[in-house]
Design a protein around this ligand. Structure first.
Ligand code: ADP
Ligand code: MG
Length: 256
């Protein structure tokens, strides 16, 4: 080990080592994934055989019309919903056979979720909203404080730490939600229309932030979106149509 101690920029140190998957293993892989909802005698096939593979460290947008199954797919991948048929492997592990307890623990420690409506607790400050996640995960006080402060710093909210959601703009509230999703150092972030409530300038800032986080931390980021802005930020665009992946449109390569 080198004895050189470099000063760490405003990124989070990872005190809880996460299992590392070999580099050839996909971050997310689904095989013939179906989700059928039963509404009385009516069956709605929200997912109709989804096959996809998302590499580790990639930033991927999932697009498709309203009702095409985007949220259902994201929820299945995040273990919030159970597919009717098919397999989901996250970093090589098939999550279908996991108990509810194991899924909950996995979500708490290894997956970050970001939603369109931010999902913040209105009575808590920005700091408390972020710190709550670590409390739930059982992280000790001092460590909790340090990681919460670092996460808020990373999203540029240090001056707003003590403010409550209603005192902040939509973009700032979404930044709190982003800090909250990052504070556990997940390998995977799942976001459902995270810029849906934001004006285009703020959405652009948030997408820039996402991209830099993905690059810096080599995390995998799957984002459901309608936003035409995203194409220039992501590595790949997946299109869902009638519950199936219709095509995969590679984003234009970046100009240096
Ligand atoms: P998207 O996010 O692309 O708008 P969804 O995944 O929310 O699409 O929905 C896909 C289809 O599944 C839609 O026809 C929707 O009505 C149906 N659906 C979604 N969730 C449920 C549910 N909990 N119960 C019944 N039908 C549902
Ligand atoms: Mg949706």
């Amino acid at each position: 080990m080198s004895s050189n101690s470099e000063t760490t920029p405003a990124t989070l140190a990872d005190p809880t080592p996460k299992p590392q998957a070999p580099s050839g293993v996909a971050a997310i892989e689904t095989t013939d994934l179906w989700r059928i909802y039963h509404l009385g005698s009516l069956e709605v096939a929200a997912l109709q055989g989804v096959n996809l593979r998302i590499e580790q460290g990639s930033f991927v947008a999932l697009k498709g019309r309203s009702g095409s199954g985007k949220t259902t797919l994201l929820n299945c991948i995040g273990g919030l919903d159970q597919p009717s048929k098919g397999e989901i492997r996250i970093l090589g592990q098939e999550i279908g056979g996991w108990s509810e307890r194991k899924l909950t623990e996995w979500r708490r420690t290894q997956v970050g979720f970001i939603f369109q409506s931010f999902g913040l607790m209105p009575s808590l400050s920005a700091y408390e909203n972020v710190e709550l996640i670590l409390r739930i995960a059982g992280v000790k006080g001092k460590e909790r404080h340090k990681r919460s402060v670092d996460a808020l710093d990373l999203v540029g909210l240090t001056p707003w730490m003590d403010h409550r959601p209603f005192e902040m703009s939509g973009g700032q509230q979404q930044r709190v939600a982003i800090a909250r999703s990052l504070v556990n150092e997940p390998k995977l972030i799942l976001a459902d229309e995270p810029t849906g409530e934001l004006d285009s300038t703020t959405a652009g800032e948030i997408l820039t932030l996402f991209k830099s986080i993905v690059r810096e931390r080599h995390m995998t980021f799957l984002m459901v979106t309608h936003d035409s802005l995203v194409d220039e930020y992501v590595d790949e665009v997946l299109l869902l149509r009638d519950g199936q992946v219709a095509s995969s449109l590679d984003a234009e390569p970046e100009a240096d």
